[in-house]
Write a protein that binds this ligand. Structure first.
Ligand code: 6GU
Length: 237
């Protein structure tokens, strides 16, 4: 009864891949979430099992056929399935932390991984697919984007991340990049840890970290300063 992820992909053997390891892998074993794949190839009718064809109007590359993709989506998500359906494509709107939060609060997700030049636009409309991109670059297919989206969501599921980190995250959800981290040894290759961190002055340490977070955000991501996405706290692993 956990979060149910279904991935429509012509490369089902790629899954769970990295999601079978570490935090997400343990959560998968515990049943906090489930993962199944549907291969459009199984819904082809011709001898060559073609999932793609040449684009109407001409141009480079191939396009995934709407009949084959619709059959695969309908098998993954039968009518009445309430899960959001996402088509992973560089044409989509950007996936952000708020999307991960929203998905983590729901019953699951159906992810369609595009290949070739993409999917016939009619199936996007007919099956109500939400077009989502993970960034301004082009991948050879949606599978790696699916890993990324699922990882971002699964770590937010109840009980997946330790409660300590979840609480820490909430208290820092301030739209800033994370402050820098340090551990032992106190001096390494002649580099001392910032003195303040050894002082034991918790209030001053908190202020220093906040200043560091503001400075790194202003320098690397000025677009985040004053942005409305207070959901974001870009904390590292
Ligand atoms: Cl979701 N898919 C592909 N193929 N390329 C991408 C992407 C997705 N997001 C950024 N680049």
């Amino acid at each position: 009864m956990g979060f149910a992820a279904s991935v429509v992909t012509i490369f089902p053997e790629m899954f769970p891949g990295p999601l079978g390891q570490s935090l997400t892998g343990k959560a998968l074993e515990r049943g906090d979430w489930s993962l199944d794949t549907v291969n459009p190839r199984s819904f082809t009718h011709d001898r060559h099992q073609s999932v793609d064809d040449t684009p109407f109007g001409g141009g480079a590359g191939m396009v995934m056929r709407p009949d084959v993709i619709a059959a695969a989506i309908d098998a993954a998500a039968p009518p009445g399935d309430e899960r959001p359906r996402i088509y992973l494509t560089p044409r989509g709107r950007r996936f952000v932390q708020a999307d991960a939060r929203r998905l983590a609060e729901g019953p699951g997700v159906v992810l369609l991984c595009g290949r070739y030049e993409g999917v016939d636009q009619r199936v996007v409309e007919a099956r109500g697919l939400d077009e989502v991109s993970i960034g301004d670059f082009v991948l050879s297919g949606g599978e790696l984007a699916a890993f990324l989206v699922l990882d971002a969501v699964v770590r937010l599921l109840p009980g997946v991340l330790g409660s300590a980190s979840s609480l820490a995250e909430e208290s820092f959800e301030d739209g800033l990049l994370e402050y820098p981290h340090y551990t032992r040894p106190a001096t390494w290759e002649g580099r001392p840890v910032p003195e303040i961190l050894l002082s034991g002055h918790h209030a001053r340490i908190r202020d220093w970290r906040k200043d560091q977070a503001k400075a790194v955000t202003a320098s690397r991501r000025p677009d985040l300063i004053g942005a409305k996405n207070v959901e974001l706290h870009l904390e590292g692993n």
